[in-house]
Design a protein around this ligand. Structure first.
Ligand SMILES: NC(=O)c1ccc[n+]([C@@H]2O[C@H](COP(=O)([O-])OP(=O)(O)OC[C@H]3O[C@@H](n4cnc5c(N)ncnc54)[C@H](OP(=O)(O)O)[C@@H]3O)[C@@H](O)[C@H]2O)c1
Length: 333
């Protein structure tokens, strides 16, 4: 009898670990990546909360919040400056994922300050989703400033003793395919920066969200950097162009911009347009996303989650033939 009692307690414990999914709070939930993060979190059965600005001027936001409510997302309206409100919502969740845009990256210090008063937080994922900021070198000044802000947030998280996962998602695939190939338009030409041969990593945004939710709740990735570098997503500009030419049956005229001209553009273009060129230089001319080899100590997303069939660049181009994703440009200022 005694043994049965112990077993039933053990079964109950197993059942409760199965049903009790981490509660996830998302900052920037109404944004380009944030919306996908909300969907990925819900699809994996996590009670999901969204901290959204009460002052967002965008009229489409109301519709989106209504959609969120229908999907059972708990919406908390507030500003990052409302410390007490932040602490109170943080005390109700286990995991915090930020998808705030570039101009708000340093404002994540306010989230860190609030997490210090919520010792229940098991994981904080700051908004990065790009190059591995502690390993990438040689960024031109406008991009380096952005990377430096991400490093500041990493260091502040560590000093505060907050458990973290840092996500190096490399390049968003739909975002850069739109920018480089313009699949929405029937252009006869394509711009190639540098020689076009450097390899970048282009990950479909839905996979970025999927891997992030998995990693944020995975003990193996506690206090680690996770890098998204699936083998099917490593491509150069020339690879992309050639794939697209084969799929469309059209040959594109290549307009080459030599590296020195791209560097000059980063010096002469007004802020924040210079940031975009500096990013393109780092990723597609310097090839910094693939400039270091992954070792067995690194955490690579497709290796950690082999059962997830990610959308390769090739498959994304097939999607673009049917229905190209809506173009999006990141806000830098
Ligand atoms: N690797 C890549 O290729 C790539 C490409 C694009 C972006 N990213 C990265 O992905 C992350 C998310 O970018 P995103 O393009 O998804 O962002 P986004 O759509 O521009 O904005 C995300 C959300 O942040 C909130 N927000 C905006 N301004 C704010 C303010 N002043 N105060 C407080 N909240 C504000 C808004 O949410 P609410 O209105 O709901 O509060 C907004 O919907 C960033 O770290 C960015 O660097 C990476």
């Amino acid at each position: 009898m005694k043994n049965e009692g112990v077993r039933s307690m053990a079964n109950n414990a197993v059942m409760s670990t199965k049903v009790e999914k981490e509660k996830i709070l998302i900052f920037g939930a109404g944004g380009y990546l944030g919306k996908l993060m909300v969907k990925a979190s819900l699809s994996m059965g996590h009670p999901t909360l969204a901290y959204v600005r009460s002052t967002n001027p965008d009229p489409s936001k109301k519709r989106l919040l209504h959609e969120f409510e229908l999907m059972n997302v708990t919406i908390v309206q507030g500003e990052l400056e409302e410390h007490e409100k932040l602490v109170s919502v943080l005390r109700q969740v286990d995991v915090v994922i930020s998808t705030l845009p570039v101009p708000q990256h340093l404002q994540q210090l306010k989230i860190i300050d609030a997490i210090k008063e919520a010792p229940n937080i098991q994981r904080f994922v700051p908004s990065e989703y790009g190059n591995e900021v502690d390993r990438v070198r040689g960024a031109l000044p406008p991009f380096e400033a952005l990377l430096e802000n991400k490093r500041k947030i990493r260091r502040a998280t560590e000093v505060a003793g907050i458990p973290f996962t840092y996500v190096s998602a490399n390049s968003f695939a739909a975002y850069f395919v739109n920018y480089l190939l313009h699949p929405n338009e029937q252009r006869d030409h394509v711009v190639v920066r540098g020689t076009g041969e450097a390899k970048a990593v282009l990950n479909y945004e839905e996979d970025v969200a999927f891997y992030t939710i998995k990693a944020a709740t995975d003990p193996r990735v506690a206090n680690r950097v996770i890098i998204y570098r699936p083998p099917g997503n490593i491509v150069s500009q020339l690879d992309l162009i050639s794939l697209w030419e084969k799929k469309t049956g059209r040959t594109l005229r290549k307009m080459l911009i030599p590296e020195e001209d791209v560097v000059k553009l980063t010096e002469s273009l007004p802020y924040p347009d210079n940031i975009r060129e500096a990013i393109l230089h780092n990723i597609f001319i310097k090839g910094e996303q693939t400039s270091f080899d992954l070792t067995e100590n690194d955490m690579e997303a497709s290796a950690l989650y082999p059962d997830h069939s990610y959308t390769s660049v090739d498959s994304l181009l097939d999607l673009c033939l049917l229905s190209p994703p809506k173009p999006k440009l990141a806000s830098f200022a």
